[in-house]
Design a protein around this ligand. Structure first.
Ligand SMILES: NC(=O)C1=CN([C@@H]2O[C@H](COP(=O)(O)OP(=O)(O)OC[C@H]3O[C@@H](n4cnc5c(N)ncnc54)[C@H](O)[C@@H]3O)[C@@H](O)[C@H]2O)C=CC1
Ligand SMILES: O=C(O)[C@H]1O[C@H](OP(=O)(O)OP(=O)(O)OC[C@H]2O[C@@H](n3ccc(=O)[nH]c3=O)[C@H](O)[C@@H]2O)[C@H](O)[C@@H](O)[C@@H]1O
Length: 429
């Protein structure tokens, strides 16, 4: 099948590359010339394990091309995927400007019948609106149809998730279009669930909101565990042994970040509000997460009797989670700003996200080249992202030299034996 993918971000690039890898002819289109130039050289503009290798293989085989030119991108394409961003508006609603622009561009460019697939996360009703835009701007001889095909991949394991997903959701009113998208995805060998468009759109938001709820729930349990002398890790294991609860997504810590849970929870609250429904639980999930991102700073302040003036902290991990360079809504944004505003000096290091961190974080941060330099001459170490290389810090020579180390672990990466030689704070234990 000849496929165009619009948007080469975390979703579009992975989708396009994986579709090429299962044998389709894919052209990825982006307005960002710098990104496209890099991609043409088989260089990934994002950090995603395994992606560069897959890019190179499919560019070399001729299955995968990149362009900024819409006409070239849509030439002879049967299907166009929309994978542009749907960021948060000031009122929490999803910003659909990019999706609308792309729909119009597809309509104005396509010279042949085309199925438009929305991969971007969009509120209920958006696919119908996309169809209206397409019909309004398309050439008379062109037939268009729209399919909702929300994406469930996680950053850091995006390629694995594409080939091993739990399900592919296809929402369409047009049976032929739904069958075509199912056929395109068949080589992935992932279960397909077909439904109407509105339900597909809702499945995406409800799934992310449920996962965010699980995290805020275990974080509140963790906060109670601290007060009653229980250990949230044991509690989560015990809970997770019940199949109805499941053992995943019960890691307590300093809250969820990233490009999706924060914005999608707020967008679903907004979707509900528009139909006069107050999504009470989800409002609390968001509030708990805001509180949780500050938790470590409260612990630091308590330890230093409320005075951080003149203190120096070594922050390990800046990305919103390990194995990604994505800084969107990372807890590190909140934590480092609070420390700096309280008069502290902040040294910081992330194995992969340093370049992005410098664009997002406060200029006052003193960036380091490695973990060893970051933990030297500090009053305390803060662990904000559970990168593997921080998991054995206590075995590190630089760490062993520290007199009376104080560690605030926002991701619960150490167990009791490992921390016996330090003053150690974690979440819910
Ligand atoms: N990041 C993730 O892990 C996941 C994201 N999603 C959803 O997928 C969508 C995309 O997310 P990301 O890939 O993270 O976004 P991103 O921000 O990383 O990438 C979006 C890309 O679209 C390009 N773009 C914008 N306007 C364009 C236009 N008119 N024509 C061509 N290209 C254009 C931008 O230059 C950028 O490269 C969002 O709706 C998001 O909620 C869904 C599942 C996972
Ligand atoms: O719509 C999206 O963009 C994607 O959002 C999440 O994926 P992602 O944001 O890449 O990362 P997750 O692994 O879900 O982690 C999100 C945040 O939750 C936190 N988290 C996760 C799990 C957990 O038990 N505890 C916890 O605090 C992580 O540290 C991270 O900050 C979902 O897992 C994907 O299914 C979805 O496609």
């Amino acid at each position: 099948m000849n496929i165009a993918v619009v948007g080469t971000g975390y979703v579009g690039l992975v989708t396009g590359t994986c579709l090429a890898d299962i044998g389709h002819h894919v052209t990825c289109i982006d307005i960002d010339e710098e990104k496209v130039a890099k991609l043409k050289r088989s260089e990934s503009p994002i950090y995603e394990p395994g992606l560069e290798e897959l890019l190179e293989r499919n560019i070399n085989s001729g299955n995968l091309t990149f362009t900024t030119d819409y006409e070239q991108g849509f030439k002879d394409k049967d299907v166009a995927y929309i994978a542009v961003g749907t960021p948060e508006n000031d009122d929490g609603s999803a910003n659909l400007t990019f999706v609308e622009t792309v729909a119009k561009q597809i309509a104005e460019t396509a010279q042949q019948d085309i199925i438009v697939v929305t991969k971007s996360t969009v509120p209920v009703g958006t696919n119908h609106h996309v169809l209206e835009v397409l019909q309004q701007h398309k050439q008379d001889h062109v037939n268009v149809s729209v399919v909702s095909n929300p994406e469930f991949l996680r950053e850091g394991s995006a390629i694995y998730d594409t080939f091993n997903g739990d399900r592919i959701v296809i929402g369409a009113d047009d049976q032929h279009a739904a069958d075509t998208i199912e056929e395109i995805n068949r080589p992935f060998n992932v279960s397909v669930y077909k439904t109407d468009v509105a339900s597909a759109e809702m499945i995406k938001y409800a799934s992310n909101a449920f996962l965010a709820t699980k995290i805020s729930f275990i974080n509140e349990v963790a906060n109670i565990c601290e007060r009653v002398g229980a250990n949230v890790e044991d509690v989560a294991i015990g809970m997770g042994m019940d199949d109805r609860i499941g053992n995943k997504f019960l890691n307590a810590g300093i809250g969820y970040g990233g490009s999706c849970f924060p914005k999608d929870t707020k967008a679903l609250i907004d979707i509900a509000k528009r139909v006069d429904y107050d999504f009470k639980i989800l409002n609390q999930v968001v509030d708990v997460n805001t509180q949780q991102q500050r938790l470590l700073v409260d612990k630091v302040k308590d330890h230093f009797n409320g005075n951080l003036q003149g203190k120096t902290f070594g922050v390990l991990g800046l990305a919103f989670k390990p194995n990604t360079d994505d800084m969107r809504e990372a807890a590190s944004i909140v934590v480092t700003k609070e420390l700096l505003d309280a008069g502290a000096t902040v040294k910081a290091f992330d194995p992969i996200a340093m370049d992005n961190a410098k664009q997002v974080l406060d200029d006052r941060i003193n960036y380091q080249n490695n973990k060893e330099d970051t933990i030297q001459d500090v009053d305390a170490i803060l662990i904000l992202t559970e990168w593997d290389e921080f998991k054995y810090l206590f075995n590190n020579e630089a760490f062993k030299e520290i007199q009376n180390p104080v560690v605030f672990d926002g991701r619960n990466i150490y167990n009791a034996e490992e921390v016996s030689s330090m003053t150690y704070y974690s979440v819910g234990r």
